[in-house]
Design a binder for this molecule. Structure first.
Ligand SMILES: Nc1ncnc2c1ncn2[C@@H]1O[C@H](COP(=O)(O)OP(=O)(O)OP(=O)(O)O)[C@@H](O)[C@H]1O
Length: 282
């Protein structure tokens, strides 16, 4: 355990001053009719960090992930990854560059086993996108088993994906994304639908695996306890904009964040004196 107290922190390259961002978004704009889902998003994600995105429903959190992973094209702005522009690339081309994603609803092949699902991701990494691909090469199954083992899913390898509980389903979905060997992983609500008693265990597992693999992570999260414990920084989305950005210990005390995102009235008293935006990263 490191000084920050977060599990698995030992293996990560901490964000350092002067380090180039891994992902850099500038001036992203996208409107659906009159709805501004992105209204000038500027964000840098530093190598090694875990960045949480919070915000009310409809604030544009998923839209940001969709733009970054090639599922939506912004009407204006730019996104670069590892110093290279990625706007206009297909989702598969972006995966091939090293950006993985997981969805709010796990995208597993439900009639296939957990092992076959993981092997399918490994086959996809080799360029073969087919649900039958895992059957082709024993080496893929062996590697898939090793990936599942890292997530504690090896005992469930032979189960059909539709037999899993929600926590295991989420982990299996993220295991597939990790099997593609990303350097950056964007996760849309990795804990949504997971029972309260399971939730911290699921997050601890995925954080441990991602830290060990030195994967930088951006995750949309509604549970502030998860954000506080596991995020290095938190970005607050509001009406297509980033309203606040900084360490959870600071941002989650912001009276506006407490009221508008977390839904509790801030305590009255002297102002917390929070900066609206952290300098440097965004
Ligand atoms: N493909 C689309 N077509 C039309 N409108 C869309 C599309 N995608 C998103 N929107 C709209 O853009 C706004 C932002 O949506 P988005 O899903 O990004 O919000 P969110 O912050 O992820 O919300 P939630 O927390 O509910 O998932 C919403 O008003 C949504 O209805």
């Amino acid at each position: 355990m490191s000084a920050s107290g977060r599990p698995g922190d030992e293996a990560v390259d901490r964000p350092r001053q002067g380090t180039a961002p891994l992902l850099s978004a500038r001036g992203l704009r996208l409107a659906f009719g009159g709805v501004k889902a992105a209204d000038g998003i500027d964000l840098d994600v530093m190598p090694g960090e875990f960045l949480a995105i919070i915000g009310p429903n409809g604030a544009g959190k998923t839209t940001f992930i969709n733009m970054t992973t090639g599922y939506l094209r912004p009407q204006a702005g730019s996104i670069s990854y590892d110093g290279q522009p990625i706007l206009g690339l297909s989702p598969r081309a972006i995966v091939a560059r090293g950006i993985g994603r997981s969805f709010q609803l796990p995208q597993l092949f439900t009639e296939h086993t957990v092992l076959e699902n993981a092997a399918l991701a490994i086959a996809a990494r080799a360029g073969l996108w087919s649900p039958l691909a895992p059957l082709l090469r024993p080496a893929w199954r062996t590697e898939a088993m090793a990936v599942l083992d890292r997530f504690g899913l090896a005992p469930l390898a032979g189960q059909r994906a539709d037999a899993l509980n929600e926590g295991a389903r989420k982990l299996a979905d993220i295991a597939m994304a990790v099997a593609l060997q990303p350097r950056l992983l964007l996760m849309d609500e990795p804990t949504s639908g997971v029972a309260a008693a399971e939730k911290m265990g699921v997050v601890e597992t995925l954080v441990r695996v991602l830290r060990e693999a030195k994967v930088t992570a951006v995750f949309v999260e509604h549970d502030m306890e998860v954000v506080e414990r596991f995020a290095d920084r938190v970005a607050v989305w509001s009406q297509g904009r980033i309203a606040a950005l900084g360490p959870p210990a600071t941002v989650l005390k912001d009276p506006a964040v407490l009221r508008d995102v977390i839904g509790i009235e801030p305590p009255t008293g002297p102002p917390a004196g929070l900066p609206a935006r952290e300098s440097g990263h965004a």
